[in-house]
Design a protein around this ligand. Structure first.
Ligand SMILES: Nc1ncnc2c1ncn2[C@@H]1O[C@H](COP(=O)(O)OP(=O)(O)O)[C@@H](O)[C@H]1O
Ligand SMILES: Nc1ccn([C@@H]2O[C@H](COP(=O)(O)O)[C@@H](O)[C@H]2O)c(=O)n1
Length: 562
């Protein structure tokens, strides 16, 4: 882990064990939420799931829900927070704030290709002395980039947990927070690795006043660009492997000391003598010995930090060109692929009985009134959900009937079943699932099509924190190209749900959508009551059902001809 030659090794106050276990301190809520925010600065974890059939769990009334979310881009980012650090002060203005949540209004375009495989985020590392302006440079880059999916991760979040003795030293400025041993590099590296893989991470929140991690953590998920900053950002060779662009902020030591004095006294609860003492004893020697040599790793050295507009513009131009290279067009390709192939074995179709055909005749008929549409849809949804549940693992049980006879039956082998609806149409299936699975947990994923690009965009997701331990019934009323379903499955995989534990349930699916999903995720099981052969140039299923959500929620445009 060490870097360059050591002529003098400033003493460490830390033990070298990893403190991974401390990460189990979590937000008390059973749910994580977040917005795709930019990241996702995850909105607060709050109330439990809404009961199915009620208003959207987003707290937005149904008819307006989907479209009302489209509006100007926010400057929202996910950040790893350190209390008292300037990272915490980055802009937090949400565009749309409901009673309890923040919803980001810029959707995240696909971050994977047609095979469902991740396109790696671009990682920018910012290294430099304490108070050199690392956070300020990061913030300026974020502002200039003006793309919503940027995560700012601070090394401060990975300070080790101190023993009582170390706390006593820290209280009298005698603990060396500038030595590499002060950081939990194992946790830091695994966090950056997961972010680079597009996975969700739980990041500690550090408090500079108490020298402790807060009891809550911050979920970060969904970034096309990750900015990672810290005094020893380039210290670990393992970490360097994940960094695509290395920036060193080079600010004069007098200026750094002046800024640090002011910041630590104003924001970190320190006094003048203590800051100077800590600086002399630890900060300066560590800079000279560990941090300054790391400049050799830098691709770009930014003199003076945040005020260096030219350097920041150069960085931004490069990142924009990288993003352009990584951009993907998914839906168009999905619509064209796999035509004429046999239905994959992962797809399970309800038997085509007269009863099912009868229900389809009602809901596909354009003359069917809304009341009847809801009534017959609910009946069909119930059958699809029951069928999906029949694919879960079961084991044999024997029970004794009231007549005293033994009966050999089956019992579902798992009680950990979670429903996740793709908003808005998938929400119509929640009630049926809740009726057959008592106390089931329900998550939500809001995906909308960008009308300019025709690509699906992720706007919001709210999933149980431990969703990786569940069988997930993913619900959407209809599937055309499969673009939204693939995005939703990608989100579940990013939250570590095993692919074989995902069951996609839908009333009606286009053949090409089934192929695309099965090709990208062969272990996801698909359940539907009917398969339609075609999709048109607008990506509607043919013969189809119309816009299921509009018909169910009564939001059809008067001139609709779908
Ligand atoms: N160019 C600048 N001019 C004046 N103050 C600055 C400048 N850049 C940063 N600061 C202030 O210096 C302190 C440290 O800056 P910050 O960007 O948080 O540094 P770092 O992340 O390297 O510790 C903050 O209080 C910040 O407001
Ligand atoms: N409990 C702590 C932890 C760290 N420090 C100092 O913070 C500096 C790193 O943060 P920057 O925002 O300045 O990069 C580092 O130099 C530590 O000395 C602290 O004082 N107390």
């Amino acid at each position: 882990m060490a870097s360059s030659a050591k002529f003098f090794d400033p003493p460490s106050s830390a033990s070298s064990e990893s403190d991974c276990d401390d990460l189990v301190e979590r937000n008390g809520s059973g749910f994580c939420s977040e917005a795709p925010s930019p990241p996702i600065a995850s909105p607060e974890l709050d109330d439990d799931i809404k009961s199915p059939g009620s208003e959207s769990g987003l707290g937005i009334s149904r008819p307006a829900s989907a479209c009302s979310l489209k509006s100007p881009r926010p400057r929202k980012r996910t950040q790893s927070h350190s209390q008292g650090s300037s990272a915490a002060k980055l802009s937090q203005e949400p565009i749309l704030r409901t009673r309890q949540r923040t919803i980001y209004t810029a959707g995240r375009p696909p971050w994977y290709n047609c095979q469902g495989q991740q396109i790696e985020p671009f990682v920018i590392g910012i290294c430099g002395g304490s108070a050199s302006g690392k956070t300020t440079v990061a913030r300026k880059i974020i502002e200039e980039l003006d793309v919503p999916w940027v995560t700012l991760l601070s090394m401060d979040s990975f300070y080790k947990v101190l023993t009582a003795e170390q706390h006593a030293s820290a209280a009298c400025n005698e603990y060396n927070f500038d030595h590499p041993d002060a950081f939990d590099f194992d946790l830091l590296i695994s966090t950056v690795r997961r972010l680079k893989q597009g996975k969700s991470v739980d990041v500690p929140i550090y408090n500079f006043m108490t020298h402790r991690r807060e009891t809550t953590t911050k979920i970060m998920y969904g970034a096309s660009i990750i900015i990672f900053e810290g005094i020893l950002a380039f210290y670990s060779p393992r970490l360097l492997e994940y960094i695509d662009m290395k920036i060193f902020v080079d600010t004069d030591s007098d200026i750094r000391l002046a800024r640090r004095l002011r910041r630590d006294i104003e924001q970190r609860g320190r006094d003048l003598v203590g800051v100077l003492q800590q600086y002399q004893r630890f900060v300066k020697p560590a800079f000279d010995h560990y941090i300054a040599p790391l400049m050799a790793h830098a691709d770009i050295i930014v003199p003076r930090g945040g005020e260096n507009a030219v350097a920041i513009e150069l960085v931004v131009q490069h990142v924009h060109s990288q993003l352009k290279k990584r951009g993907v067009k998914v839906r168009g390709q999905l619509a064209q692929s796999h035509i004429g192939q046999p239905i994959p074995t992962s797809c399970h179709i309800l038997p085509t009985t007269p009863q099912i055909q009868g229900l389809h005749a009602f809901i596909r008929n354009k003359e069917t009134s809304r009341d009847e549409f809801i009534f017959y849809s609910k009946r069909l949804i119930r059958l699809v959900i029951e069928y999906a549940l029949s694919l879960l693992p079961f084991h044999s049980v024997e029970v004794i009937t009231p007549q005293g006879f033994a009966y050999q039956g089956k019992r579902c082998s798992t009680t950990k079943i979670c429903g996740v609806s793709i908003l808005r149409a998938g929400e119509t299936m929640e009630q049926a699932l809740a009726e057959v699975c008592k106390d089931i947990r329900i998550g939500k994923i809001l995906i909308q099509t960008n009308s300019l690009t025709d690509e699906p965009e992720l706007y919001y997701h709210r999933l149980p924190k431990d969703i990786k331990d569940y069988f997930v019934i993913l619900m959407d009323a209809t599937v055309a190209t499969g673009a939204a379903a693939i995005m939703a499955i990608r989100v579940l995989l990013d939250f570590d749900v095993p692919e074989e534990n995902i069951l996609l349930a839908s009333l009606l699916m286009a053949e090409s959508g089934i192929h695309s999903i099965a090709y990208a995720f062969p272990r996801v099981r698909i359940v539907t009551s009917a398969i339609d052969p075609e999709i048109n140039e607008k990506f509607y299923v043919l013969p189809g059902i119309g816009n299921f959500g509009d018909r169910y929620f009564g939001t059809e445009p008067q001139t609709a001809t779908k």
